[in-house]
Design a protein around this ligand. Structure first.
Ligand code: NAP
Length: 246
């Protein structure tokens, strides 16, 4: 189970946080990972060094997933080398929290552009490749905020709810071609994305989690690998929560 030998996997936001753990998990299982990072070259170079033991299994490309031209260029290069891909994980995402009444349009748009439009742009190109081979797995990383709401996160919540809506509709377009589309919804996971929380906030949020702890990146990666596996062939259009019971 969950052997990804000879599979080509694209992971966005691959060099840090949850995406890094997802990438490592795929590499351990024999996949070739074509990873994307946004702009932090230092983190990308550091991660490539860490992965030297995986020979040539990992590539990292700088690409702003919210820019249609950059996504186009990424896939053109990818197709030249690999023809197609088996798995796409739309993991890259940002938070720019602000109360709605104080939120300027740029702060709204930036989050929607990266989290939601980026997912759309990546799916659009990946689906065309997957349709040709009549096989594929797409996993979109959403958030509990999509359903629960969180003050200060109207932009983030809307983008994450949008990813779920996109997933549930896209899976119906691709089901007959054996392409599954699902979400993983991590709860509070210890990464740089939530590094701005104060110790008081961390204490308070942990109390809200029935398991009384934040999750680990590896726990999210395990859920992603299940949905990406051949064995998960009949699972599509679903949201798998990894949140300690939130
Ligand atoms: P993170 O540590 O902040 O990493 C974010 C990743 O996204 C980085 O690799 C970053 O690239 C990349 N990225 C940002 N903007 C990009 C762009 N325009 N184009 C391409 N890549 C871009 O975040 P994380 O905590 O691992 O979160 C990963 C996903 O999980 C996000 O979608 C987030 O919403 C979701 N999530 C996280 C939590 C949590 O508690 N951590 C909870 C629920 C959901 P650079 O390194 O180049 O900046």
């Amino acid at each position: 189970m969950q052997n990804f030998n000879e599979q080509k996997v694209v992971v966005t936001g691959a060099s840090r946080g949850i995406g890094k753990a997802i990438t490592l998990a795929f590499l351990e299982q024999g996949a070739t990972v074509i990873g994307i990072y946004g702009g932090n070259k230092e983190a990308a170079d550091k991660f490539l060094d860490e992965c030297s033991r995986f020979d040539n299994q990992l590539q990292l490309h700088q690409c702003d997933i919210s820019d249609p031209q950059q996504v186009e260029t990424f896939f053109t290069q990818l197709e030249e080398e690999f023809d197609t891909i088996d798995v796409l994980v739309n993991n890259a995402g940002i938070r720019r929290d602000k109360l709605l009444a104080m939120m300027d349009e740029e702060t709204w748009q930036q989050v929607i552009d990266i989290n939601l439009t980026g997912t759309f742009l990546m799916c659009r190109k990946a689906v065309l490749l997957m349709l040709k081979q009549k096989y594929g797995r797409i996993i979109n990383i959403t958030s509990p905020v999509a359903n629960l709401g969180f003050a200060g996160q109207t932009n983030y919540g809307a983008s994450k709810a949008g990813q779920i809506g996109l997933t549930r509709s896209l899976c119906k377009e691709t089901a007959r071609k054996k392409i599954t589309v699902n979400c993983v919804s991590p709860g509070f996971i210890e990464t740089e994305l939530i590094a701005d929380l104060s110790p008081e906030q961390v204490k308070e949020y942990k109390k809200k989690v029935p398991m009384r702890r934040f999750g680990k990146v590896e726990e999210v990666a395990a859920a992603v690998l299940f949905l990406a596996s051949k064995e998960a062939a009949y699972v599509t259009g679903t949201v798998l929560d990894v949140n300690g019971g939130l």
